[in-house]
Design a protein around this ligand. Structure first.
Ligand code: 26V
Length: 802
């Protein structure tokens, strides 16, 4: 659909007049945002409808991506880009003396996710639409997104993120698609004409109302749907919810996103949330299948429907589909199980034992009595099926219900035809360590799908200057076909291109420096190394290792040992209940304060911890990064995705050989990455032999000792308790993340970074190689592999509108 500048201006005037009785000169950025987003909506709505009709007519198989988190960030610019309007609109606004970036900044981030897992789900949505597959998201419309982070005296404080305050401009409430979800009560099985049917007594009924968000594919892509469910009191049940407290309890179901992505907590509300969106999603799929597609033969369901379980949070989908098939559609158990396994597939996103979901049998029985019965039956049949074929030990280790708990990962694996990890190493560790027993049982179900990122957002939108340089050198088609980015490597010796690359980076750094000044009051030098670590705060991600490096640099500078100028930039939220992570934030903030105000350091080193890291902030930081910190303890980071975004923007990676870092190294070659640290075998050896004795390392390494002692010897003001906590943690024999074991190697890698930085041309060349090879992590490639290997999808054929 073409849009000219003049046409856009006309529409803008009309919208402003209709909505706000304002004109272009008087309207606020927030008014302008509302008007421009309305024009965008008008732009995609006809196509959205047309595609839904085409889907129903062609009866192509569709995937439904079930995820308890979706983290799209803002949508205005990405919808403009995907409609092919971004440039026109930017220019038209500029003609009117308006700045698209300022208008777009009025959009609140849709932060319905914690980190990697939620962001990946959003990237998959964008990619399915862009590559032409019919893929629907199914999730929860949280009233409050991930908390807003503030620092008060260096401590993290959490504030509610009321993103719906100003109403969301993209969602459409689809009341007609509402369904009912039942909780609690008692269930009795009664014989109804020979079919054992559940009869419910005293259950609570909640109405699930979908809010649909259009997912606009790039250029000639599809317009798909992200369906987010809200909980309401059903109008016909109002008498059962007489008090405000009763009603609030229903609405609370979808009010908050759990802000923890590290520790499993068996909270009833979370279990309710999981069942709520799973049941609503599956009911809506079956309604579509039996009514819109008019298909009564449920054995054919796997030819039309794939349901993907994003981590274990939606794993109850397996039991709920069984319930719907057996109880409501009267399909016999074996047939229903066959259908379920063919429909379901599951991705694992973490190997951290403490994040593995296990629900208490009693809790589940009370909240979801019929689901618990079904899971018990699945478990029983699983054990019976294996008896005599494998040892009883294996059965005990793999069964779903153990020690009064339901192991959600086991349910997900047993009920799916595909189980994948998110990077080669991660999948390998699932197969050989964490899920070894299952791998022995079902080797064919396991496969790897390395994560990807949407280059549309992280290059085209976040870094338009670099995108233009790619256009000028390799031509524009990389925007449709990322393979072509490899041609950028041909400019390895092209001085002009290398200069341009460094000019673009400097320009992005100036913009970030300005932003840092506005936000923090701190002045940073854009010519310094911008050294970036952006990700959730976790012990395993080792922001602490970076902290020790900072302390070492500081001590050097104080002692007159010179280093190239460096600005270390952190962005990280800690789960509100994660004490250690919050202590790390406090110590980093106090360290930053000390260094940034020490005249001896003479601006050679600055430490900036930006508040409230989210997708929008990532879009500012990542294009300005020189160094990408990917320093998790090897074996702990399933994949990582900020590593890919930073690489695509020309940052050089300093990395342990963990997660997708290994694949980055494979792509760019040893010489274009700074790799360091323990390998997986060394890490496992420490664990197996209990041979990690950090105190010895500390006693025997004067440099390490000095850096670590800074935590407790009064060097860093105002954080003696937190400093002591970190100190004790590092020196304990049971410190799992082996921070001190990697310290020396990390310093060496950083020294190499400094040397390379001094060779400007080499740095630019390495940066260029990284940009060129980021094509490997284009999410569209990841999606093609899911579509082909797991979901078995074909592309939808749509006629062009004009
Ligand atoms: C786990 C849990 C467990 C306790 C309950 C709350 C909760 C909420 C979310 C999660 C999922 C965390 C897992 C996660 O985000 N994993 C990240 O997934 C990325 C995408 O695959 C991957 O790049 C990161 O390496 C991985 O840490």
């Amino acid at each position: 659909m073409q849009l000219t500048k003049e046409e856009f201006k006309k529409r803008l005037e009309r919208k402003l007049d209709n909505y706000f009785e304002e004109d272009v000169k008087s309207a606020s950025n927030s008014d302008l945002y509302a008007a421009v987003s309305a024009i965008v909506r008008d732009g995609y709505t006809p196509q959205w409808r047309r595609i839904r009709i085409a889907e129903t007519n062609q009866k192509q198989k569709q995937v439904y991506y079930f995820s308890i988190e979706f983290l799209p960030g803002t949508l205005l610019k990405s919808n403009l880009l995907n409609l092919g309007w971004l440039k026109t609109v930017r220019e038209a606004l500029a003609d009117l003396h308006l700045d698209l970036d300022k208008i777009a900044a009025a959009e609140p981030d849709m932060a319905l996710g914690n980190g990697g897992l939620g962001r990946l789900a959003a990237a998959f949505m964008d990619s399915l639409a862009s590559t032409g597959y019919t893929g629907n998201g199914n999730g929860i419309r949280y009233k409050y997104g991930l908390f807003k982070q503030k620092f008060v005296n260096g401590y993290q404080k959490e504030l509610p993120n009321d993103w719906l305050k100003k109403e969301d401009h993209w969602e459409v409430r689809r009341e007609s698609k509402s369904v009912l979800v039942r909780f609690g009560g008692k269930v009795n099985m009664v014989d109804d004409n020979g079919w054992m049917t559940p009869q419910y007594e005293g259950e609570r009924v909640v109405r699930a109302v979908p809010y649909d968000v259009a997912v606009v594919g790039y250029k000639d892509g599809l317009t798909n749907t992200l369906r987010l469910w809200d909980a309401e009191v059903p109008p016909e049940e109002e008498l059962n919810y007489p008090t405000i407290t009763d009603r609030r309890r229903v609405e609370d179901l979808t009010s908050i996103l759990y802000p923890d992505d590290s520790n499993y907590e068996g909270r009833l509300l979370r279990l309710k949330q999981e069942y709520f969106f799973v049941s609503a999603g599956l009911q809506s799929i079956l309604n579509y299948y039996t009514k819109d597609l008019d298909n009564k033969d449920l054995t054919k369901l796997p030819n039309y429907v794939a349901v993907h379980i994003n981590d274990t949070h939606p794993a109850m989908a397996i039991a709920e589909l069984m319930r719907l098939l057996v109880d409501e559609h009267r399909v016999d158990w074996d047939t229903a199980w066959n259908i379920t396994q063919k429909v379901m597939s599951y991705t694992n996103h973490t190997i951290m034992a403490e994040a593995m979901e296990k629900w208490d049998v009693n809790m589940m029985s009370q909240l979801l009595p019929r689901i618990m019965q079904i899971i018990t039956e699945i478990d029983r049949r699983f054990c019976v099926g294996l008896k005599g074929h494998v040892s009883d030990d294996v059965i005990e280790r793999t069964r779903i219900i153990k020690n009064g708990q339901v192991q959600m990962a086991h349910l997900a694996i047993i009920g799916s035809h595909s189980i994948n990890g998110v990077a080669a190493l991660h999948t390998q560790l699932l197969e050989t360590k964490v899920l070894k027993d299952f791998y022995n049982l079902y080797p064919d179900r396991f496969n790897n799908k390395t994560n990807g990122i949407t280059l549309r957002r992280w290059l085209q939108i976040a870094n338009p200057e670099l995108s233009d340089l790619l256009d000028e050198t390799i031509g524009k088609n990389w925007r449709n076909d990322s393979d072509e980015m490899l041609n950028f490597e041909k400019y390895y010796h092209d001085t002009k291109v290398l200069h341009k690359l460094s000019d673009i980076k400097l320009d992005n750094k100036k913009k970030l420096a300005k932003f840092i000044k506005e936000r923090t009051g701190i002045v940073v030098d854009p010519t310094a190394i911008f050294d970036v670590q952006v990700k959730r705060l976790h012990a395993y991600k080792r922001q602490t290792l970076k902290l020790l490096h900072i302390l070492k640099l500081y001590q050097d500078l104080k002692a007159g040992i010179d280093h190239p100028k460096r600005v270390v930039i952190f962005g990280a939220k800690a789960a509100p209940s994660y004490v250690f992570a919050k202590q790390v934030i406090k110590v980093i903030n106090e360290t930053a304060n000390m260094i940034n105000n020490d005249p001896d350091v003479n601006d050679k080193l600055k430490v900036i911890f930006l508040e409230d890291y989210d997708v929008s902030l990532a879009e500012r930081i990542i294009p300005a990064a020189d160094v990408s910190e990917q320093i998790s303890t090897t074996t702990k980071e399933a994949s990582g995705t900020s590593n890919m975004k930073l690489m695509a923007n020309g940052a050089l990676t300093v990395a342990t050989m963990d997660g997708a870092n290994i694949e980055i190294k494979d792509a760019v070659g040893e010489d274009n990455i700074f790799s360091f640290g323990l390998n997986k075998d060394q890490v496992y050896k420490y664990y197996a032999e209990h041979s990690y004795h950090p105190r010895e390392m500390y006693e025997n390494d004067a440099v390490m000792k000095k850096a670590v002692d800074a935590l407790i010897d009064g060097t860093i003001p105002n954080c003696s308790a937190e400093g002591q906590a970190l100190f004790n943690n590092f020196l304990g024999d049971n410190e799992q993340f082996l921070v001190l074991a990697d310290f020396e190697a990390y310093l060496r890698a950083q020294a190499k970074i400094e040397q390379t930085w001094k060779q400007k041309r080499l740095w630019e060349q390495m940066s260029l190689v990284n940009i060129a090879h980021s094509e490997r992590f284009d999410v569209d490639k990841t999606i093609e592999r899911y579509a082909e290997d797991i979901w078995h999808l074909k592309k939808l054929e749509v006629e062009k509108a004009d």
